[in-house]
Design a protein around this ligand. Sequence first.
Ligand code: SAM
Length: 291
Amino acid sequence: MSMQQLKSEFDLTLNHLYPSTEISNFFYLLTSALFGLTKVDIALNRDFKPSSSQLKSFNEATERLKHFEPIQYIIGTTHFFGYDFKVDHNVLIPRPETEELVEWIIKNHPNNEHLTIVDIGTGSGCIAIALKKHFKSCNVYALDISKKALNIAELNARNNNTHIQFLEIDILNHQKSQAVFSQIAQNKTIDIIVSNPPYVRYQEQKDMQRNVLDHEPALALYVDNHKPLVFYDAICRIARQWLNKNGALYFEINEYLGLETKQLFQQYNFGDVELKKDFFGAHRMICGQKK
Ligand SMILES: C[S@@+](CC[C@H](N)C(=O)[O-])C[C@H]1O[C@@H](n2cnc3c(N)ncnc32)[C@H](O)[C@@H]1O
């Protein structure tokens, strides 16, 4: 089968499920991942014919797209902050708004190479690794409840040539969290705590797409409708205790809960609290300073 035929069949199979530009993106991501061909290679190399095993993998990937599985899980990688990250069903696919959070931290701490940073709920490790890439001499600790997520994050740290310390934690278990933080604080005092914790209320699922609902890990996403800030509360409490004086706490937040999150910061007596809008104008980040 020629590449032109393959592309026509692919378009035909998916055109009732996705917009045409997305189908075209999927096609080139798959041909790159499975055949090692760029878009330009395909345009120049019109006679290329995939082998039967390549074709089999391509058809399996198409089938997975029919079930709205995210392309990043199918090809097993994504980009974040200019770096490559392995992803599988145990980790959330890093989002562009999280890149904005990393950018904000970098902007707020110029000339601060020797920071100690703790990322809570690290998932793929994207925040921790992007920060370590920028602040080359900082100490970064990355924590998660999921061993499987920590394994992926460790692999990503290795692939991106970064040294990060990974620790298992249940941030909602106060006693166990105390043990982890006293271990970190034995070596270093903490300058920055950052987290993109679960914040989607179950009631918001009705507005979500199937690719997220059916395929991304529930553990990474959802919180009880009646306790939407449960993670923020636990992390503020920990940060209040373990951050340095003038240390900073950063969160990605639920865009509908900006004011409530700000009030929580004030309850815990954080100063200089700032809510920040993302590229689309939604309140998606917050930062405060331990007084
Ligand atoms: C929204 S994801 C964020 C992943 C990654 N930091 C990012 O920004 O893409 C939340 C992460 O919190 C972790 N998590 C969930 N419950 C937790 C808990 N009780 N303690 C620590 N981490 C938890 C999940 O495993 C998941 O990796």
